[in-house]
Design a binder for this molecule. Structure first.
Ligand code: GDG
Length: 461
C-alpha cells in the first residue's frame, strides 16, 4: 500500500496529546494515517516573526506530523482573510458576508506556495498526496510546478456553492482552473458535486469524457461524491465508557427529570444557532404546558474570533439567549443553558446519550459530524431523536432523522414537539436505520473509497 501524505491547513497533535476539544476531522485524519503509513503536513497554529520554513517532525500515537509556523501577516491574509472572510462565507452561500480584498488573495497564494515549497521534498516514490479543504485549493498546482508527479487528490469538506454564487468571487476561474492539477476531486454529497459540474459545464464548456474525466488541455481529473463518516463503533463505545457514564449521570442529575435537547456546534453563523434559538422560543410560546419540562443545552465553543462576523454572531446569541431566558425562566428552571466552551469527547458522548433530542440545524453544512456522533452515542434500548437540517450534507444519508427547514421557526418548533412525543417503537426504528448508516458508511469506508479511487487513476503527469 502506498504511503499517504495528507496536507491540511491545521495539523492537530495525535490523540494521546490532543486538546480535549479535538474535533472529528482531526480524529478521522489521524486514524487514516495509522492505517496507511504516512505524514500529516500543515500549519502548527503558531506564529513566528520571520518565516523560516523550518519543519517540526513529530511522531506520537502512531502518527507522524510535519508542521510549520506562519507569520502574523500570513495568518491575517490567508487564514483570517481569504479562507475565513472570503471563501468560507461564499462556500456556505453567504455572499453577503464574503469580503473581497486583494491582499487576502495575495496572502492565500503566498501561503499555498510556502506549503508547496516546504512539503514537496517530503513526497517520495509512489506516495499518494491528499490535500484537504478550501484553505488549499491551489496547492496541487503549486506542487506540480515544483515537479511533483505523484497522484494528488483533493477533498472539499464544505459545500460547493451554486454557480451564480461562485461567480461573485473575482478569481473564480483561476481557482477552478488550478484544480485541474489534481487527479481526483472529492465532495461530501452529490449536491455539491452537481454544483461543481454545473460550473464546469456552463463556465468552461466541459463535459466528462467516456472515462468519466474532465479534461482541460493536458490536465484532467475525476470527481467523486464521498461523504465523510465517523468511527461509529468507537464513538458508541466511548459513550459507554466510565467518563461518559459519569457525564451522563451528572447531566441527568442536573436535569431533574426534564428532557434534555442538546446542540453542539462551533460558534459559526453557518450552524444556524440564531434560527435554532428562535425555533426553540417558538416551541416554548406554542407549548406552555412544556415549560419546566424541557431545556436546551447549547454547547458552542468560540471559533475564528478575530473575524468580525464571528464576533457579531456571538453578541447576537448572547442577547437572544438572555431574552429567551428572561422571558421564560422560572425560579427553578432556565430554558436555555448556553455555554461557550469545549468539552472532552467522552464528556460530550455522555451528554449526547443523556439527551432526548439532538438538535442539529445548520443553514448549510458540508456534512456535519455532530449529527452522526449523536446517533452513535444513543442507548439502543431507548434512543433519542435526531432533528436535522435538510441543508446539512448528512441529511442525504440520515434520512430517518426528523428533517426540518432551519430557516423556519415553526418547522423547528414542530420538529421538537414531534420528537418529544415520539413513541419508543418509532424512535428505535429510526435510530436503527441511522445507526446502520453511521457504522457502515464510516470513516474507514470514506478513507478507502477516496484513496482507492485516487490509487486507480493512471499516472499521466
Ligand atoms: C467541517 C465542515 C464537516 C465540537 N464541539 C466540541 C467538539 N466538537 C467537535 C464535534 C465534531 C466536530 O467538532 C465538528 O464537526 P462538524 O462536522 O460538525 O463541523 P465543522 O467543524 O464545521 O467541520 C463539516 C466536517 O468539516 C468534516 O468533513 O462535517 O460540514 O464544516 O466532531 O464533536 N469536540 C469536543 N468538544 C467540544 O466542545 N471534544
Amino acid at each position: 500500500m502506498s504511503r499517504l501524505i495528507i496536507v491540511s491547513n491545521r495539523v492537530q497533535p495525535p490523540a494521546d496529546t490532543a486538546p480535549a476539544n479535538q474535533g472529528g476531522l482531526a480524529v478521522a485524519l489521524a486514524s487514516a494515517l495509522r492505517e496507511h503509513d504516512g505524514i500529516w503536513c500543515g500549519w502548527s497554529g503558531e506564529t513566528t516573526d520571520v518565516f523560516t520554513g523550518d519543519i517540526r517532525m513529530q511522531t506520537a500515537a502512531g502518527v507522524t506530523t510535519a508542521t510549520i509556523d506562519l507569520e502574523e501577516q500570513d495568518v491575517e491574509e490567508y487564514y483570517n482573510g481569504f479562507a475565513n472572510r472570503t471563501l468560507w462565507p461564499l462556500l456556505h452561500h453567504r455572499t453577503d458576508l464574503a469580503e473581497h480584498e486583494r491582499e487576502f488573495a495575495g496572502g492565500y497564494e503566498r501561503v499555498n506556495q510556502r506549503f508547496a515549497d516546504i512539503f514537496a521534498p517530503l513526497i517520495e516514490g509512489d506516495d499518494l498526496v491528499w490535500v484537504h479543504d478550501y484553505h488549499l485549493f491551489p496547492l496541487g498546482r503549486d506542487l506540480r510546478q515544483l515537479g511533483v508527479r505523484n497522484r494528488i487528490g483533493f477533498f472539499l469538506h464544505t459545500p460547493w456553492p451554486p454557480t451564480q454564487l461562485l461567480l461573485s468571487l473575482p478569481s473564480h476561474r483561476t481557482l477552478v482552473e488550478s484544480l485541474f492539477d489534481y487527479d481526483l476531486i472529492g465532495f461530501q454529497t452529490e449536491e455539491w458535486l452537481n454544483n461543481f459540474e454545473h460550473y464546469l459545464s456552463t463556465e468552461l464548456g466541459l463535459e466528462p469524457n467516456a472515462d468519466g474525466e474532465y479534461r482541460l488541455g493536458e490536465r484532467s481529473f475525476r470527481v467523486l461524491a464521498c461523504p465523510i463518516g465517523i468511527d461509529g463503533e468507537e464513538f458508541a463505545e466511548l459513550s459507554r465508557s466510565p467518563a461518559a457514564r459519569y457525564s451522563r449521570y451528572r447531566m441527568k442529575q442536573s436535569a431533574t427529570g426534564r428532557d434534555l435537547i442538546v446542540g453542539v456546534d462551533r460558534l459559526d453563523y453557518s450552524k444556524g444557532l440564531e434560527e435554532r434559538f428562535l425555533g426553540y422560543e417558538r416551541f416554548l410560546a406554542n407549548n406552555p404546558e412544556q415549560h419546566s419540562e424541557v431545556f436546551l443545552l447549547q454547547i458552542a465553543p468560540p471559533s475564528r474570533g478575530e473575524v468580525e462576523s464571528y464576533q457579531a454572531i456571538r453578541s447576537t446569541l448572547d442577547a437572544l439567549s438572555g431574552r429567551i431566558n428572561g422571558n421564560y425562566a422560572d425560579i427553578d428552571w432556565v430554558p436555555i443553558r448556553y455555554v461557550n466552551q469545549g468539552y472532552p469527547r467522552a464528556k460530550l458522548a455522555g451528554i449526547y446519550r443523556a439527551a432526548k433530542i439532538g438538535l442539529v440545524t445548520p443553514l448549510r453544512d458540508g456534512m456535519n459530524l455532530v449529527a452522526k456522533e449523536y446517533v452513535a452515542a444513543q442507548d439502543p434500548e431507548d434512543p433519542g431523536v435526531l432533528i436535522l437540517s435538510r441543508f446539512a450534507g448528512a441529511a442525504a444519508q440520515l434520512k430517518d432523522a426528523v428533517l426540518v427547514n432551519p430557516y423556519s421557526s415553526d418547522d423547528i418548533a414542530d420538529g421538537i414537539s414531534q420528537a418529544l412525543t415520539m413513541r419508543r417503537g418509532e424512535r428505535t426504528a429510526r435510530w436503527e436505520a441511522m445507526m446502520h448508516n453511521v457504522t457502515t458508511e464510516n470513516v474507514a469506508w470514506w478513507l478507502r473509497r477516496f484513496t482507492d479511487a485516487l490509487e486507480k487513476r493512471p499516472t499521466t503527469r
